[in-house]
Write a protein that binds this ligand. Structure first.
Ligand SMILES: Nc1ncnc2c1ncn2[C@@H]1O[C@H](COP(=O)(O)OP(=O)(O)O)[C@@H](O)[C@H]1O
Ligand SMILES: [Mg+2]
Length: 384
């Protein structure tokens, strides 16, 4: 049964007609609806109509997301990227226009329902497992983002259940994760973005490249010029699916605030902000911190990492902290192991798991996934 929430009677009737012969029930608002769902009988999907206040619709989707095995579809008069981004971020499964055909509706409902994860517990309000997204970012190239993102993913793959870690190369112009991991991807995020409207978890899996560590990579396009053709709505949808598929998705960012990166930051549970130990890099870090703050990403969402923290350039971590006005969460030392592992094409977490660089990245992983590490049956013994 599909529940249509829409104040306007004719809009309600139009959706009901498009969904025919699927049985529908109707309500005229979403305010408080999440609490009434139990009393309304079995509901498979909620369609939020075009006249419902947008902020209210998204709040409703957010409240349901991960807590109810109910698909949420939104009807919007225009599919603006900004709306799509917000909608997917709030847990809306699909967005349609009022003129969608019955066939489009049927497909959208089927797709949305297939994406609703099963409730893990028999309990009524039990939470479903919803993966984490962690973005590794800095506004400076060469600060160590890719080193951190790749090794973070490999370490997590060793610590979590098999097949539960994804890695996305969002450095669309010059991503080098495939090279760093010695992989030759047949398909990239560009290909995935081209079929964004039709993607589901199974289809997305086809665009991933498997690394022997168990990490699934969504590679950057091999042709930098393709980067511009990757839309933000596609990126939002891809990340949403990655979250459903993987317990942890690590996003390796470009060295600047690109549109796709803004989307990734929005959907991220945690942001790892990387700086390295030199004056220009610290200046960049300070600017990035204030931009992130303006974008509404609070300090509790950030993990500040200082890479090459032992570099002998006359800066000490304490001075850096004072200059930044924030504490550094993790310091990664400089090591010759790093260029060596890059040349070998084997992540340091595999070739030299005892390296101090990996110890530090392990500390970062611990800060990002504390619950999983402390009391979770999924954890396997670390391959150290
Ligand atoms: N802790 C470190 N010790 C030694 N070299 C490092 C360290 N971190 C990064 N590097 C070097 O810096 C370069 C840039 O690292 P990378 O991870 O590709 O940065 P980004 O992705 O931010 O551009 C690489 O050549 C790498 O060898
Ligand atoms: Mg990089």
């Amino acid at each position: 049964v599909i529940l249509i929430a829409e104040p306007d009677a004719s809009a309600r009737a139009a959706v009901t007609a498009a969904l025919d012969p699927v049985p529908c029930r109707q309500v005229d608002q979403v305010a408080g609806l999440e609490d009434q769902l139990d009393d309304l009988g079995p509901i498979d999907a909620v369609v939020v109509g075009p006249s419902v206040d947008r902020a209210e619709a998204l709040r409703f989707a957010e409240k349901l997301d991960g807590r109810r095995p109910v698909a949420v579809l939104l009807v919007a008069r225009e599919l603006e990227p900004e709306l799509l981004r917000e909608a997917f971020r709030s847990g809306v499964h699909d967005v349609l226009t009022p003129d969608a055909s019955p066939q489009e509706w049927a497909e959208a409902i089927a797709r949305a329902r297939s994406r609703v994860p099963a409730v893990t517990d028999a309990g009524d309000h039990a939470a479903v497992t919803r993966g984490k997204i962690v973005s590794v970012f800095s506004t400076k190239g060469g600060s160590g983002k890719s080193l951190i993102a790749s090794n973070l993913a490999v370490l997590a793959a060793g610590a979590l259940e098999e097949g539960s870690v994804g890695l996305v190369d969002l450095d669309l112009q010059s991503g080098d994760l495939a090279i760093m991991l010695q992989l030759i991807p047949a398909l990239s995020i560009y290909d995935a973005s081209q079929s964004a409207g039709r993607l589901d978890i199974d289809a997305l899996t086809g665009y991933l490249t498997q690394h022997p560590s168990g990490v699934s990579l969504l590679a950057a396009p091999t042709e930098p010029s393709l980067a511009e053709q990757i839309g933000t709505d596609a990126v939002a949808q891809i990340l949403h699916l990655m979250r459903e598929r993987f317990a942890l998705t690590v996003v390796d960012g470009p060295p600047l605030f690109t549109e796709p990166m803004l989307v990734a930051l929005d959907v991220s549970d945690q942001i790892v902000l990387v700086g390295s130990m030199d004056v220009p890099s610290i200046k960049n870090l300070k600017l990035a911190l204030s931009t992130l703050h303006q974008l509404g990403h609070g300090r509790d969402k950030l993990r500040v990492v200082l890479n090459r923290a032992d570099s002998k350039v006359g800066l000490r971590a304490a001075e850096v902290e004072r200059s930044l006005g924030v504490d550094i969460d993790v310091q990664i030392p400089s090591s010759r192991d790093v260029p060596m592992s890059l040349n070998q094409g084997t992540p340091l977490a595999i070739s030299r798991p005892k390296s101090p660089v990996i110890q530090a990245i392990g500390e970062l992983l611990g800060a990002l996934l504390p619950e999983d590490q402390q009391h979770s049956g999924r954890r396997r013994s670390r391959r150290r």
